[in-house]
Design a protein around this ligand. Structure first.
Ligand SMILES: N[C@@H](CCC(=O)N[C@@H](CS)C(=O)NCC(=O)O)C(=O)O
Length: 247
């Protein structure tokens, strides 16, 4: 059976999983949804609401990290967690997964949710036709659920921006000695995780194809992206996308 990847199409954690599978040249079918409308498929696949979920012949991988492991075990690319860097890669991935991902998500939503046209597109542009129809009418209610659930308010967005800026500064500092990747000369899961979870703020083309096009976003979103693209870590994420995101 071809593995099935259940996603919220523009979710950066789902993009992380997709990148690992694409890089390992592993075939899969994507079962893509909008936020919240993803719950039934996620629950059926794993018993939980969270995506990404990869359903395979040898089990259900119910997090992006488990999917990276699976891609390393079954794929056809150099390992994302090479033994010689295992501890550093694991520590960096943990920081990005636990701190960067929630922060970039809150900052991005904080700028996107006030823009009705983007929200309509976000909820009605993906999934089977019944989900698109529901998304087209119920998107204000869905946006309100996201705001409440993820605490998207001015104070939360400001706090998350500080967190993103601190992690971007740490990433820039690691690159100070001229190394090519976060752990040296070799692309690892730390690089992949950083770039994917930074993607909503730097909007590389290879990520934008799964999201609302940047040119259709509100000016405040375009300005946010422009400012992060100009940081050292933002430029690094864009370079990783340009050079290492095989499709
Ligand atoms: N640690 C998880 C995080 C995944 C995650 O936060 N997924 C979000 C979408 S970005 C989700 O499915 N949220 C739905 C919910 O929690 O109800 C992973 O790495 O897979």
């Amino acid at each position: 059976m071809i593995p099935r990847l259940v996603t919220i199409r523009f979710s950066h954690y789902c993009e992380k999983a997709r990148w690992a599978l694409d890089r390992a040249r592993l075939a899969y079918d994507e079962d893509a949804h909008a936020p919240i409308l993803s719950y039934p498929a996620a629950l059926r696949a794993s018993g939980k609401r969270m995506v990404p979920v990869l359903v395979t012949d040898d089990g259900v991988m119910a997090s992006s990290g488990a999917i990276l492991d699976w891609a390393d075990r079954h794929g056809h690319a150099p390992p994302l967690r090479p033994a010689e860097h295992a501890h550093v890669v694991a520590a960096l991935e943990r920081t990005f997964d636990d701190k960067l991902g929630p922060a970039t998500r809150r900052v991005a939503y904080g700028h996107i949710l006030p823009d009705r046209a983007s929200v309509t597109e976000m909820f009605s542009g993906v999934g089977p036709s019944w989900e698109r129809r529901l998304g087209a009418t119920a998107h204000p209610a869905f946006a309100a659920v996201i705001r409440r659930g993820l605490k998207i308010d001015a104070a939360g967005v400001a706090r998350s921006r500080r967190r993103v800026d601190a992690i971007f500064a740490d990433v820039a500092a690691r690159l100070d000695d001229g190394r090519r990747y976060l752990c040296g000369d070799q692309f690892t899961g730390a690089d992949l995780t950083f770039a994917a979870l930074a993607a909503p703020l730097v909007y590389p083309d290879a990520y934008a194809r799964f999201a609302v096009p940047l040119e259709d976003m509100a000016p405040s979103v375009r300005e946010l992206v422009r400012s992060y693209r100009h940081t050292r870590a933002g430029a690094f994420a864009l370079r990783l996308y340009a050079e290492d995101r095989a499709t």
